[in-house]
Design a protein around this ligand. Structure first.
Ligand SMILES: *Cc1c(COP(=O)(O)O)cnc(C)c1O
Length: 403
């Protein structure tokens, strides 16, 4: 068996994944981000830093998370054995806590006092505020005024965790303005602040750093499937917003040619509807949030409005490593619609007694497509990136409207 060379998928010293990635920054952010890069370059080679990170994953997050054989679902579909990597069982209910703890630990090592970030739906803000509380750091989360109103429970969570939520009124008062506002504040105060990015996106070193902090997911899954089945899986499936839970799972298997790897994007109301966030499928090359990547953009190069039933997936860009992995033919990217996602959500609830996040339900929907086409002795591992408690009111509303 010829193996892929894992190295070919990693970034060079400047953070370039082939033609993608890098650090494309306005002058006022060059030095703040360079400082993060130097600090992470040292920290990742420091055994004490990594040991402390791993200790927190064990004692605070509750790792390792289970690799659960979904026997009912597998039997019902008739095909591959489906295993779910249960990131929904982590403290705070999703994979985001993995990299937020890593970022908070790095901030502390750098002598920073405060974590700053933007958040859209609020999931990243809550995970970062959690890490800040644990580490004794202050936390400031910028949020578009519209999102503050829409995401009230997450605003309350952040405040209970001790974070300051800063509503942003400029422009459209949503995520884009929150990003600009948070970066402006950061650049002014980077002697005290550390910027926490919520996925494998942004300028170098963030795409590599966040992937490294998430790679525990794949390392565990690999060990767990070898223990349970005595061999590697045939297929991996994970949803892709920015792409951190996906790279977390995928990174431990990139060198194994026998493992087929599939990333799942939101097709929203359908790829032809214009209401989706299928960046890998329909995006074009551009620069967004400090990285060269694939972007859903209009002719003037402005990020296009995006839609997904899962708020954690509606991002007009994607992590640069994903584009590189697609170009190299290592990972396939497909999309599933809101309707397929809702069906998968309900099916997992009823067959396995697990309420998945709507983001994760995209991966489940793809598993439901693929498993019946595979032989009964084959193995599919699906990343269940988070739990769906946050989504139940919305799902109930949509189902009621459907009648
Ligand atoms: C934020 C989020 C995602 C999307 O982010 P990625 O960086 O693509 O992983 C997926 N699932 C859940 C549960 C999330 O909260």
């Amino acid at each position: 068996m010829t193996n892929f060379n894992e190295q070919q998928f990693l970034a060079d010293d400047e953070g370039n994944f082939g033609a993608y990635g890098g650090a494309h920054l306005p002058p006022f952010l060059v030095e703040p981000i360079a400082e993060v890069r130097r600090a992470y370059d040292e920290a990742r080679l420091d055994p004490e830093f990594m040991a402390e990170y791993e200790r927190l994953l064990r004692t605070y997050v509750g790792r390792p998370s289970l690799l659960y054989h979904a026997e009912n679902l597998s039997r019902q579909l008739g095909g591959a054995k489906i295993y779910l990597k249960r990131e929904d069982l982590n403290h705070t209910g999703a994979h985001k806590i993995n990299h937020c703890l890593g970022e908070a630990l790095l901030a502390k090592r750098m002598g920073k006092k405060k974590l700053i970030a933007e958040t859209g739906a609020g999931q990243h803000g809550v995970a970062l505020a959690t890490a800040a509380a644990l580490m004794g750091l202050d936390c400031e989360i910028h949020m578009g005024r519209i999102d503050v109103e829409k995401q009230h429970p997450n605003v309350l969570r952040m405040q209970l965790l001790g974070a300051t939520v800063v509503p942003v009124d400029e422009g459209g008062a949503s995520l884009k303005e929150a990003v600009d506002s948070a970066f402006a504040k950061y650049a002014e105060h980077y002697d005290e602040y550390f910027f926490g990015i919520g996925s494998v996106v942004g300028p170098h070193p963030y795409p590599s750093m966040v992937r490294d902090f998430q790679s525990v997911v794949g390392r565990e899954a690999r060990e767990q499937i070898l223990e349970a089945e005595g061999r590697l899986p045939d297929v991996l499936v994970a949803c892709v917003g920015g792409g951190s839970n996906a790279l977390g799972l995928f990174s431990a298997f990139l060198g194994d040619e026998s493992v087929r790897i599939v990333g799942v994007e939101p097709a929203g109301k359908g790829l032809a509807s214009g209401r989706h966030a299928a960046t890998m499928t329909l995006g074009t090359d551009g620069v967004l949030h400090g990285m060269r990547t694939r972007v859903l953009q209009d002719e003037a190069g402005n990020p296009a409005p995006v839609h997904s039933i899962a708020s954690g997936l509606d991002y007009p860009g994607v992590g640069p490593q994903h584009v590189h992995l697609a170009d190299q033919g290592r990972v396939e990217y497909v999309s599933v619609t809101d309707d397929q996602t809702l069906d998968a959500f309900q099916r997992l609830c009823r067959t396995e007694g697990i309420i998945p996040a709507l983001e994760s339900s995209h991966a489940v929907a793809q598993a439901i497509e693929m498993a019946p086409t595979m032989s009964p002795d084959s193995i599919l591992v699906c990343n269940l990136s988070g739990r769906g408690d946050k989504d139940i009111d919305y799902v109930a509303e949509v189902l009621a409207a459907r009648g």
